[in-house]
Ligand binder design. Structure first.
Ligand SMILES: NC(=O)c1ccc[n+]([C@@H]2O[C@H](COP(=O)([O-])OP(=O)(O)OC[C@H]3O[C@@H](n4cnc5c(N)ncnc54)[C@H](O)[C@@H]3O)[C@@H](O)[C@H]2O)c1
Ligand SMILES: O[C@H]1[C@H](O)[C@@H](O)[C@H](O)[C@@H](O)[C@H]1O
Length: 337
């Protein structure tokens, strides 16, 4: 047990419980040392059967528990700032679920706190960077065979949104993935955002603006559009098509197992992210554990997390005001250059 990285998992809901299972049974080199959730029953259930784990209601007591050497944050976005700062204060490496911090002022405080330490401690959970299809698309764009990318057309559909999901969260929770993926795929910053919306779906909860159509401009002259629809009812679908000067490439077409029988052909459509991105989460957490055990921090940085928050906040303003909103980033600290 001594050789394994001891991880405190903060938040034992959908994502937290899945990461606890992953740390315990899927990835190598780590063990769950502590679990914290204000819902004690949930924490206990997620930790059940794990040897040597302690269960806590409070974040601080989990971080100070015996054997804790690193932290995985899977609490709701608004709780991330406090947890990140508490981890930084103890010098603990962190894997923080997206969004790093939903509001840009809080995200900037986290960025500045890490920059003051003078070394990276945080990896942000933009797991699409670890997805096989996204990595193939990135490699293709990087090798230049298709020429300069002109546009990304993205689709982000969920079967249904969880209780309490707001119109702003379509952008700062869901589209935060496309914000990060577009910056990473293109190697460009997003500079302005406009949001249009059709009449809301009758399948969406009362008052939720769903779907939305989000259009980003980049500093390299490309356009990125995202259809985000979180109560589509029919499947978890994440697609991205890159249109370049000499060709196009598309991922996310659900071409898993195609079954033809009785005169028709069909394939299963994943119903949630835990199925569609299972390999990406596994690779993300394994990469984090491996790097942490070597004393390194890799993957999406606090700068990527901060940038996603600023862009998303501009998007929420664009949604509310019905106007194009420019993105205004703070200067990038030396640590992230
Ligand atoms: N990468 C992805 O694809 C992905 C998918 C789903 C969720 N997420 C992210 O994971 C995080 C959690 O989402 P979820 O769907 O698991 O939510 P959830 O509501 O299912 O679970 C959140 C849990 O955190 C607990 N909690 C609340 N405040 C806390 C605090 N201060 N400290 C510790 N625990 C606290 C709640 O009691 C709950 O059990 C969010 O940031 C969300 O955006 C990421
Ligand atoms: O928190 C979740 C998660 O990030 C999923 O990957 C995304 O598809 C959902 O829209 C979002 O609500």
């Amino acid at each position: 047990m001594g050789d394994l990285l001891g991880v405190a998992v903060l938040g034992a809901g959908h994502m937290g419980a899945d990461h606890i299972r992953r740390l315990d049974r899927v990835v190598s080199g780590a063990r769950v040392a502590a679990v914290a959730d204000p819902d004690a029953a949930r924490a206990k259930e997620a930790a059940a059967g794990i040897e040597g784990v302690s269960v806590h209601r409070e974040v601080e007591s989990a971080l100070d528990a015996p054997g804790v050497e690193a932290v995985l944050i899977a609490s709701p976005g608004p709780a991330h700032e406090e947890a990140l700062l508490a981890a930084f204060a103890r010098g603990l490496p962190v894997l923080c679920e997206k969004p790093m911090v939903p509001d840009s002022a809080g995200a900037l405080r986290v960025l500045e706190a890490e920059a003051r330490l003078g070394r990276r401690l945080a990896q942000i959970g933009f797991m699409r960077r670890y997805d096989t299809e996204y990595r193939r698309l990135k490699a293709l764009l990087d090798d230049g065979r298709l020429g300069r990318p002109l546009m990304l057309h993205c689709t982000h559909r969920n079967v249904s949104s969880p209780p309490g999901f707001t119109s702003a969260m379509l952008i700062d929770s869901s589209v935060s993935h496309e914000i990060d993926a577009a910056r990473w795929l293109l190697g460009q910053e997003l500079t302005a955002v406009t949001v249009l919306r059709p009449r809301s779906s009758s399948g969406a909860p009362e008052g939720l603006l769903d779907p939305q159509f989000v259009l980003f401009e980049t500093d390299g002259g490309a356009l990125v559009d995202v259809e985000v629809f979180v109560n589509c009812g029919f499947g978890y679908q994440v697609r991205c098509e890159a249109v370049c000067e000499a060709g196009s490439a598309r991922i996310g077409d659900d071409h898993g197992l195609l079954v033809t029988a009785r005169g028709s052909a069909g394939t299963d459509v994943p119903q949630d992210y835990l199925v569609r991105f299972v390999d990406a989460y596994d690779r993300e957490v394994q990469a984090w554990v491996d790097a942490t055990r070597r004393g390194r921090v890799t993957g999406p940085s606090a700068w990527d997390g901060y940038t996603a928050s600023v862009v998303a906040e501009a998007g929420v303003r664009a949604l509310e005001n019905g106007t194009r909103v420019a993105v205004d980033l703070a200067p990038r600290p030396e640590l992230y250059r």
